[in-house]
Design a protein around this ligand. Structure first.
Ligand SMILES: Nc1ncnc2c1ncn2[C@@H]1O[C@H](COP(=O)(O)OP(=O)(O)OP(=O)(O)O)[C@@H](O)[C@H]1O
Length: 307
């Protein structure tokens, strides 16, 4: 079993005057769905192209599975499927024909793989429909099917939900979750909108101007973006008794200096304030707090922070 799928150390890529990647050190572990988040031009595609062997860095190291030397990485890349910068599709051909053309180009023997991937991405019913009549979401699923032809253990997807409507995003989310949970595929997926990868990725890397400014687990991110009522009182001990006995909640945390974070009653702070006041507690402040994913992202790229 490989201990890591991808490990980079100090990856740097310069195009003319532009540092597309600046000293990027990241690790992707088996089983992860790693969400790579960054604004346009942050370096996401460049990083994915380097990992896939479509571009080379000027500096730094890249380890693909257990490979370390460039030759070993080349061999290891046979275990990777990629969808970078949208699928190249023949619009006048069916899904089946497109997959067959891609299979031949990749040198994959036999056509059994085509039905397998059509089933996986749920396009079996439409395999005889011309691609020019496909929705954007169907085209993206076909692109993912192409990346799956070689039965990869690791899938690299560059902005696969870009431009999709909410239903299309949900379909891709379901598909990728299924591939990850049932087929054991590790996934690297990029987006410029953090919330698009919410409920999908279990690990995140935030790229900004070529630098990996933060790596954070999904659980930690959820924790940081958890909404709560910020309750500042004169007597925390008595206030918690009221929360438990009158408001029937233990879903709170006591913080220093008279502050309680209450995770219930988010839309009913008046009720909390009233009950506390009736119990003789002086409520100095009671206000909903907690970042949205997008606010968190904006704060993170505004100032560098490592978790
Ligand atoms: N082939 C290239 N030649 C010159 N500059 C490039 C090239 N590829 C990327 N760049 C520059 O490198 C930087 C990073 O680009 P990259 O495409 O990796 O970002 P990205 O995060 O994928 O952005 P987007 O979301 O817009 O695709 C940008 O400033 C881009 O203009």
């Amino acid at each position: 079993m490989d201990t890591c799928v991808i490990r980079t150390k100090g990856l740097t890529k310069i195009y003319g005057q532009t540092k597309a990647l600046d000293d990027v050190s990241m690790t992707i572990k088996p089983g992860q769905i790693y969400g790579l988040i960054g604004q346009n031009g942050a370096g996401k595609t460049t990083l994915m192209r380097i990992i896939s062997g479509l571009a080379y860095s000027q500096d730094g190291e890249l380890q693909v599975f257990e490979g370390m030397r460039p030759k070993a990485n080349e061999e290891a890349r046979k275990r990777i499927g990629t969808l970078i910068e949208g699928p190249a599709l023949y619009p006048h051909m069916h899904a089946y024909g497109n997959l067959n053309a891609d299979r031949i180009q990749k040198g994959i023997p036999g056509t059994a793989c085509i039905d397998r991937v059509l089933r996986l991405v749920d396009l079996t019913e439409t395999k005889r429909k011309k691609v020019k009549h496909f929705s954007l979401g169907m085209k993206q699923r076909l692109g993912i099917a192409m990346a799956l032809l070689s039965e990869p253990e690791f899938l690299i997807l560059d902005e696969p939900v870009n431009g999709l409507d909410p239903m299309g995003i949900i379909e891709i989310r379901k598909l990728l979750t299924k591939l990850n949970e049932q087929e054991g595929v590790t996934i690297l997926i990029s987006s410029h909108i953090l919330s698009e990868l919410d409920q999908l990725a279990n690990y995140y890397g935030i790229l900004h101007e070529g630098r990996l400014v933060q790596e954070i687990s999904g659980a930690m991110l959820q924790e940081k973006c958890k909404k709560y009522l910020y309750v500042h009182v004169n007597d925390v001990t008595r206030a918690t008794v009221i929360l438990e006995n009158h408001l029937k909640t233990t879903n709170y945390e006591v913080r220093p200096e008279g502050v309680i974070h209450l995770y219930d009653y988010l839309n009913d702070s008046a009720k909390v304030a009233t009950e506390l006041s009736l119990g003789g507690i002086a409520v100095k402040e009671i206000v909903p707090k907690g970042d949205s994913l997008e606010t968190y992202f904006a704060k993170t790229i505004g100032g560098t922070s490592y978790v």
